[in-house]
Design a protein. Structure first.
Length: 253
């Protein structure tokens, strides 16, 4: 994995736990300065930033509710004011919110899911792109999900739909932005051992999902973080609009 220049700045949304936290640590290990975003998990975010700093890296903490357009735009502005630049944006923040079957989903809940998982990616991307266009370079990596490819498990269709839209958005904006030197890609994690499944999956459900994985185990957050770092690095300079499936063989293309 190539090292980033000392001036390189990466903004990672939802970086307090799980894939986001592992990704923050992975970027820092490769020399990038890291803007650690969180919404409500302040203590966990502080631990991530502290781990980066104690290892000799540079980290900043930023709080924002990314389900609001104004908050997304303010976050980008605050990071640019504090850090001076954004070389890579990792759109990781998202949530299932709750497992609900079709007839249990209200209009309000449906909108919340779209705001958290899809609209936040749009708002963050739209806010950062003018800066990247001005600089003539940038990398954006969206964290989608295997659910966006297979429809998700029971009670997760709303989440799957939002993530499927993220994958489509990735391809469209990749084509639009590459003439400006901005590469847009995505990763589609499978079953990863994070607080996501601790919150939304029973042990029995998780065991059943793992049983369908040819590799015979769930993934680790670090196994998603490393491909994200790769996609944002110069080593992936000719990869544009790709959605990388990372799932232990659960879904093969």
């Amino acid at each position: 994995m190539p090292k980033f220049p000392s001036s390189h700045v990466t903004l990672i949304t939802g970086a307090s736990t799980g894939i986001g936290a592992a990704t923050a640590l992975a970027f820092a290990a490769e020399g990038s300065q890291v803007a650690v975003h969180y919404n409500s998990s302040a203590d966990a975010a502080k631990k991530v930033a502290g781990a980066i700093e104690s290892s000799g890296g540079k980290a900043w903490l930023f709080q924002a509710d990314l389900s609001k357009a104004a908050a997304c735009r303010k976050l980008i502005a605050d990071v640019l004011k504090t850090c001076g630049r954004i070389d890579a944006l990792i759109n990781n923040a998202g949530s299932l919110l709750d497992r609900k079957l079709l007839l249990e989903v209200t209009d309000e809940f449906w909108q919340q899911v779209l705001d958290v998982n899809l609209n936040s990616v749009f708002w963050m991307t739209q806010a950062v792109v003018p800066h990247m266009i001005e600089r003539g370079s940038g990398a954006i990596v969206n964290v989608s999900s295997i659910a966006g490819r297979n429809g998700g498990g029971p009670g997760a269709t709303h989440y799957a739909a939002s993530k499927g839209a993220v994958t489509t958005m990735t391809k469209g904006y990749a084509r639009e932005l590459i003439p400006h030197g901005i590469r847009v890609n995505a990763v589609n994690p499978g079953v990863i051992l994070t607080p996501f499944h601790e919150r939304f999956s029973t042990p029995e459900r998780l065991k059943a999902m793992v049983a369908t994985i040819p590799q015979g185990r769930a993934g680790k957050p670090e196994e998603i973080a490393a491909p994200i770092v790769f996609l944002a690095s110069g080593a992936a300079s000719y990869i544009v609009g790709e959605s990388l499936e990372i799932n232990g063989g659960m879904l093969m293309e």
